[in-house]
Design a protein around this ligand. Structure first.
Ligand code: BGC
Length: 785
């Protein structure tokens, strides 16, 4: 019966279909993808591969290479989106829309001839999200964020950014998660799963080793195979295998002499053959030089697409430099993703995301990722009814997120001033008036930026001295001082006046501290920053320091949630705060150098000049360096305070011998303080040292407790897999776990280990031999212990 009813329609309809559709081309979604590919002309295949150009807000005409003028006439489905692909109606292939970026949908908030607005939620930046160490939370943010991608008719979000915080001056660090690939990879995986649960896609970026902005489009990164595998590729591997992103974005830079987008080693051998990636790869915008090399490397889509690239690819298809089989492979991969896209499935998008709901998610997530760095004598939480003096420009002008393509067109930003007022702490009004006037005057003096895309020059801090300060110290109970930093695409940060405080900031802090401390009143510093700054030299001025990062559009409310104690801080650093910039292992090589300092500056300032950088710190990035070489940071990786305290006990391993596959570690965490709170426990491993150098410790797992009431305990369970014991041995081209004694260290931070236990690995474990790929052209003299 079942069988008959399943086959009957086929028998009836097949002949009908074949009669009526005899002359019709196969349609995507009806015919198998291979058949659609076979029906495509070479011109159509090239059209699908090369994007439709871009209309980008904030970049004046004449800077970017031209796209096809015919394409420019086709109305944009989502104005302000970063890119789109060509439709091929004959075969039922729709155009799909790609939009930035990591902290919120980046589209134009206004459209010509339309009174509606199209704002998006600015979520907290990636660095803040990583500081939550909470993958469930990050997935929730992804779900909310993805609903906006879907509701605005976008198919693929160009996020998450998951490069490594190799150096604190990296201009886009706010878009990236951490100095550690296990954090970066897991955060990205949960974020991607959250976004993609809305049936829209992601593009994890920038693949790979794109950790700075200096001449980013022509920067050759010299890096060893081991550092690549262990630090710069690992996070991508975790994200690809745990979340199957629809697409990957290849990066601008060269790796050991080859553009990432032209590297078959990277895009085919590693990404597809080793990790099993099934989606498609797109270039970063205008990235790479040679479209033929890109296509042959397995870089399936060229974004945003120029007429020159269309011509070059067409010529290569004709003269055989790109084989028909290669072209078909690229096209097939793109079509397989288009099939899943909302545009293909004619999703009736509303253009009305639930911004109110998502603002709530943004606020909650922001508070979860803020890190309490210092809290002497319980300066925080604020007791109710306190009269607050609010100093610092960013108290009134909160920086919600960084600049460039990682910026979001949001409807509002809650300042700290508003946030505190909403929470019932009315900040002192005359100080507010002074700051607001000062900020307005200074803004009016600023020259208008030629390219709005870049970070504007910050307004210098208003000097706080004399009567103004004495008056505040006399009439208020506590001083809150914010320090702000902004950066973004197109430029790295500087050590002076950026990583380090400016003269005005130092002076203000010193004098505010003197005035308030003289009256036995406290000073709280709030850091509204996108990346790491120097703290050690001025922290004595502050009784408490809250690292609020760049917390998204509800930032002021979220900071007030922490300051008031409504939310107990539970964030911890996923990136180290060194004592001084020269302590950073890459300080001497960052950002690299120009190959030929006499090269002329190109018309497109984003293009940069040929340059290079050598990662001679090798695998010793972040805490792997500080812990191994005993360099004490200001605040170490994994560090963060709470309004309560936690005790660790009962670390138990499932075995004292590693069985070759996995081992379980369990630990009990108890809230030993007076208020409810959450604790992030970190599992590090110290491996035996044989032939290869090893970092003193490496993070292999982490877990956050639920909200524990005072006295309440939670048991956290971690699984240690064979791969977690291995290092990449370039001589054997394999991941190898040496035999010997391993120590499991469970800590509240990388320097605050609470419980240890050991196990033995009787015999070395060697994973399958891999191909030697991405090998350096020159000998890199790497740091060794
Ligand atoms: C950035 C990418 C971004 C793309 C599209 C590039 O300049 O590097 O991160 O997704 O532009 O806006």
């Amino acid at each position: 019966m079942m069988k008959a009813s399943r086959f009957l329609p086929l028998v009836i309809f097949l002949p009908l279909l074949s009669c009526s559709d005899k002359n019709q081309a196969p349609q995507l979604g009806e015919a198998p993808v291979k058949e659609v590919v076979a029906a495509m002309t070479p011109e159509e295949k090239v059209k699908l591969i090369i994007g439709m150009g871009m209309n980008y807000d904030g970049i004046p005409d004449g800077i970017l290479p031209p796209a096809d003028p015919e394409d420019a006439k086709v109305p944009e489905k989502v104005p302000g989106a970063a890119g789109r692909t060509h439709a091929i109606p004959r075969l039922g292939i729709p155009s799909i829309v790609l939009s930035d970026g990591p902290a919120g949908v980046r589209i134009s908030p206004k459209r010509k001839g339309n009174d509606s607005t199209f704002y998006a939620t600015a979520f907290p930046t990636a660095t803040l999200l990583a500081s939550s160490w909470d993958t469930t939370l990050v997935r929730k943010v992804g779900e909310a964020f993805g609903s906006e991608v879907r509701d605005y008719g976008i198919d693929i979000l160009l996020a998450p950014g998951m490069n490594i915080h190799r150096n604190p001056l990296g201009g886009r660090n706010f878009e990236y998660y951490s100095e550690d690939p296990v954090i970066a990879g897991n955060m990205a995986a949960y974020f991607v799963n959250g976004i993609q649960s809305n049936n829209v896609g992601t593009s994890i970026k920038h693949f790979a080793a794109n950790n700075q902005e200096f001449n980013r489009m022509q920067l050759n990164t010299h890096v060893s195979e081991r550092a690549l595998r262990e630090i710069y590729l690992k996070g991508f591997e975790i994200a690809v295998t745990k979340s199957h992103p629809w697409t990957v974005m290849s990066s601008y830079n060269l790796i050991n002499g080859t553009y990432a987008s032209e590297s078959r080693d990277l895009l085919t051998t590693v990404l597809r053959d080793e990790w099993g990636f099934k989606g498609f790869v797109m270039t970063d915008w205008f990235g790479g030089k040679n479209v033929v090399a890109q296509i042959n490397a397995g870089n399936d889509m060229i974004m945003p697409g120029t007429t020159a690239q269309t011509e070059d690819l067409m010529a290569a298809v004709k003269n055989g430099k790109v084989s028909p089989a290669q072209l078909d492979e690229n096209v097939e991969r793109i079509l397989n993703i288009i099939l899943k896209s909302p545009s293909f499935n004619k999703y009736a998008y509303s253009d009305k995301p639930d911004l109110k709901k998502d603002a709530g998610v943004s606020r909650m997530a922001a508070a979860e990722g803020m890190v309490l760095l210092k809290n002497n004598a319980d300066a925080l939480p604020l007791t109710t009814g306190k009269k607050v003096a609010l100093f610092g420009n960013t108290s009134y002008n909160l920086i919600a997120g960084g600049t460039g393509s990682g910026d979001v067109n949001k409807q509002y930003v809650i300042s700290l001033h508003q946030g505190l007022a909403n929470a019932g702490y009315a900040p002192e009004a005359s100080l507010q008036a002074a700051y607001q006037k000062y900020i307005a005057d200074e803004k009016a003096k600023q020259p208008k930026a030629a390219i709005a895309f870049f970070a504007p020059k910050p307004i210098a801090e208003m000097p706080v001295t004399g009567a103004l300060l004495q008056n505040e110290a006399a009439n208020t109970d506590i001083a809150i001082v914010t320090i702000g930093r902004n950066a973004g695409e197109g430029g790295d940060r500087q050590e002076a006046d950026d990583f380090d405080l400016t003269f005005a900031e130092r002076q203000n802090l010193k004098q505010i501290a003197a005035a308030y401390h003289a009256k036995s009143k406290k000073v709280v510093v709030v850091l509204n920053i996108g990346g790491v700054t120097e703290i050690a030299s001025w922290r004595d001025n502050a009784d408490a320091i809250l690292l609020a990062w760049q917390p998204g559009l509800e930032g002021g409310n979220a900071i007030a949630d922490i300051l008031s104690g409504k939310v107990n801080p539970s964030g911890k650093l996923a990136t180290t705060f060194p004592v001084k910039y020269s302590d950073v292992p890459s300080a001497k090589t960052f950002p690299g150098k120009l190959l030929n300092p006499d090269d002329k500056t190109p018309a497109n300032p984003l293009m940069g000049k040929p340059a290079e950088v050598t990662y001679d710190e090798g695998i010793y990035v972040g805490y792997r360096y500080y812990n191994t070489f005993n360099i004490k940071p200001a605040y170490e990786f994994g560090y963060g305070l709470s309004y309560t305290t936690f005790a660790y006990s009962n670390l138990v391993l499932s075995d004292s011998k590693f069985n070759g596959k996995s081992l379980e570690a369990k630990v009990t965490v108890t809230n030993s303080g007076k208020v409810a709170g959450k604790e992030v426990a970190q599992l590090y491993i110290s491996a035996p040292v044989k032939d290869l150098n090893k970092p003193a410790i490496e993070l292999k797992g982490f877990a956050k407790t639920i909200l524990l009431r005072p006295g309440e305990s939670a048991t956290l369970t971690f699984t240690i897999n064979a791969a977690d014991l291995a290092s990449y041995d370039p001589n054997q081209a394999a991941w190898v776990a040496d035999a010997g004694a391993y120590t499991v260290k469970i800590g509240a931070s990388s320097l605050n280990i609470k419980q240890t236990a050991g196990f033995e690995l009787a015999q070395a474990i060697k994973a399958a031999k891999l191909k030697h790929v991405l090998t350096p052209l020159t000998l890199i003299k790497e740091l060794k212990k």
